[in-house]
Design a protein around this ligand. Structure first.
Ligand code: ADP
Ligand code: MG
Length: 290
């Protein structure tokens, strides 16, 4: 099964992906996580360091695929999760889709692409140009990480549109949304009332998750020494268990931009009337722009 995890930059895709990968491994699945963000830190909490990227490795070998060994690009991280970082195209030139294409091509040459029970692509979703949508060509499921704010839901809506587009030519489904770093879900609920999408889990802001990134460890590794944190692992195990059952998911019908602005901003305006403190200045700015 191939999964593509999308969401706006900084929303928690890599943190969530690494912990889901470990959770799947704990359920006896052979897992490969492929970081497809030019930031190339997707697998950091699995391996504890920044592994060389496929693009850097290809460049250093003058694109001679036959000179590259699996151990040059595939690093085994915590709980036996295998890790690859695609790397980024040259800044301001090149294309993210090309990078993903080269990564898949190389993994196929190394006979690694069909070796795993689950391959998880961790992909940024601020810009869903054809290039960054490329992992959807290989995926059975898309999963979107979002918080309870306008920007992340706007990105989620764009990603949903890409899923619908790609689902026309192969059997791709949107497994669901993961709410992250939010105690509230009213805006998420408002969105899915109009655009029906399952919610797999909602994780609050948890200081230990933030710290885990700095430590270069997943929550599973950290909770080995501090058992009081195992409740956090349960969120990720719950997501993994839903994935394993091959959920039905949806092919979403995204909102038109204008519809989305009015849907989420009407809601904002009511909130402003109700409780003037319930909206942060950044969110207020997006209303001004509207
Ligand atoms: P992305 O991959 O989407 O760019 P990251 O996974 O790198 O985002 O997360 C961005 C930051 O948010 C990291 O410092 C991470 O530790 C933190 N973070 C992610 N999820 C949570 C959470 N539920 N609670 C607290 N901090 C979180
Ligand atoms: Mg990331």
């Amino acid at each position: 099964m191939k999964l593509a995890v999308y969401g706006k930059g900084g929303i928690g895709k890599s943190t969530t992906s690494c912990n889901i990968s470990v959770a799947l491994s704990k359920r006896n699945k052979r897992v490969l996580q492929i970081g497809c963000d030019p930031k190339h830190d997707s697998t950091f909490t699995l391996t504890g360091f920044l592994i060389p990227t496929i693009i850097d490795t290809l460049q250093s070998k003058d694109y001679h695929y036959e000179d590259i060994w699996p151990e040059d690009v595939i690093y085994t991280g915590y709980a036996g999760v295998d890790c690859v970082e695609a790397g980024g195209p040259p800044a301001g030139a090149g294309c993210g889709g090309y990078v993903v294409g080269e990564t898949v091509k190389l993994l196929k040459e190394l006979n690694a692409f069909d070796e795993y029970d689950i391959i998880l692509f961790d992909v940024l979703g601020d810009v869903v140009c054809g290039g960054f949508a490329a992992p959807l060509n290989y995926a059975d499921y898309c999963i979107i990480v979002t918080d309870n704010g306008f920007d992340a839901l706007f990105a989620a809506n764009r990603i949903s549109a890409s899923v619908r587009e790609k689902a026309r030519t192969h059997s791709l489904r949107l497994a669901g949304l993961i709410g992250n770093r939010t105690a509230q879900r009213d805006l998420i609920d408002k969105y899915i009332d109009n655009i029906p999408i399952p919610v797999l889990e909602v994780l609050p802001l948890i200081e230990e998750i933030r710290v885990s990134r700095v430590k270069g460890k997943t929550l599973f590794e950290i909770s080995e020494v501090d058992n009081s944190l195992s409740y956090i692992c349960d969120y990720y195990l719950n997501i993994a268990d839903q994935i394993i059952t091959s959920p039905e998911g949806v092919v979403p019908k995204e909102a038109a931009d204008r519809e989305l602005f009015s849907l989420l901003s009407d809601f904002y305006l009511t909130k402003v009337k109700d409780t003037s403190s319930a909206i942060n200045p950044e969110e207020e700015m997006s209303l001004v722009v509207i």
